[in-house]
Write a protein that binds this ligand. Structure first.
Ligand code: ADP
Ligand code: MG
Length: 288
């Protein structure tokens, strides 16, 4: 039988906007060694804004590059896609899109008006042997090519969440190791890592590489010690499932992530991880 105190703990967590799907997860939160975060939408707001548009093809202006990118991103639910469509701001005609393929951790491959368009990161450009330009401004860069020719890039910037630095500070004070895994570039990953004081940052990871990073951490700890992974779930479900305690952001997070997670943070605040660990400790002291 489940000791009554656990119900108190789960109830207290739920009042704080933290849904814990079983007393075993509340118990596991007592033995956390690593707290591993996804970047976009988890430590950052995931509300990107276009900050720079650089066409490089002769005869193509900024508006035209942005339009091509907006068509490429028409079907994507990624925060990057939303920011590009918002910056374009005009209505899009779905009929112009002839085929569409989203490549996880890379970007988009699409056929628009008979033209083969790619929109994504340097990995996507490398994969298709397209020589790209190094961006001048810091931020997440979406490179665009049309019919195999590099057409330029769009830079978009995200902001860290208000409570992210405090969340990391609190966890470190509790003696936890804090890690960030991101599919974004090393430059962006390291800048966020530095500003938040994270212990470790691993960038340019595909979803399956994130699982491998969890496995590496797993081999560096005792069986009793636990790994928490916190994500917004846009292509993070395998990692959520692999961690001892998978935590999803409930507001921004995808339905699949909320389903795969053991704990859901309704307010999307990373500082709630510290709160959940605190409630777990209090619950254990009442139960035993
Ligand atoms: P994170 O780990 O930061 O949450 P994702 O795994 O969601 O990032 O995406 C990793 C990278 O893949 C992004 O930083 C971006 O470079 C590229 N990418 C993913 N989806 C798209 C898209 N719809 N359009 C352009 N680029 C994308
Ligand atoms: Mg993500």
């Amino acid at each position: 039988s489940i000791p009554l105190g656990f119900f108190g703990g789960i109830g207290a967590a739920s009042k704080a906007g933290i849904l814990i799907k079983g007393s075993n997860y509340l118990e596991a939160l007592n033995d956390v060694k690593y707290v591993v975060f996804d970047k976009t939408g988890t430590l950052t707001k995931g509300a990107f804004k276009v900050t720079d548009i650089r066409p490089t093809l002769e005869g193509m202006n900024k508006e035209q590059l942005l339009e091509i990118a907006a068509y490429a991103e028409f079907h994507s639910t990624h925060p990057i896609a939303e920011s590009i469509r918002t910056a374009y701001g005009r209505e899009l005609d779905e009929g112009r899109i002839e085929s569409y393929n989203e490549i996880s951790g890379h970007g988009i491959q699409v056929q628009v008006d008979g033209k083969a368009v790619l929109a994504g990161n340097t990995k996507l450009m490398d994969k298709e042997s397209i020589v790209f330009k190094q961006p001048e401004l810091a931020g997440t860069t979406v490179h665009i090519s049309v019919d195999g020719r590099y057409a330029g890039y769009i830079t978009i910037s995200d902001e860290v969440k208000e409570d992210a630095a405090e969340a990391i500070r609190t966890l470190k004070q509790m003696g936890k190791k804090t890690v960030m895994l991101t599919g974004d570039s090393k430059a962006v990953g390291e800048a966020v890592g530095r500003s938040l004081g994270l212990d470790e940052v691993h960038a340019e990871l595909l979803p399956q590489h994130k699982v491998e990073e969890i496995e590496k951490l797993d081999s560096k700890k005792s069986a009793k010690e636990k790994i928490v992974f916190v994500g917004d779930g846009i292509n993070d479900t395998p990692v959520l499932a692999r961690a001892d305690v998978g935590v999803a952001m409930g507001g921004l997070g995808s339905d699949a992530a909320i389903e795969a997670a053991d704990v859901v943070i309704m307010t999307d605040e990373p500082s709630k991880i510290g709160t959940a660990i605190h409630i777990a400790k209090r619950t254990r002291s009442i139960v035993w």
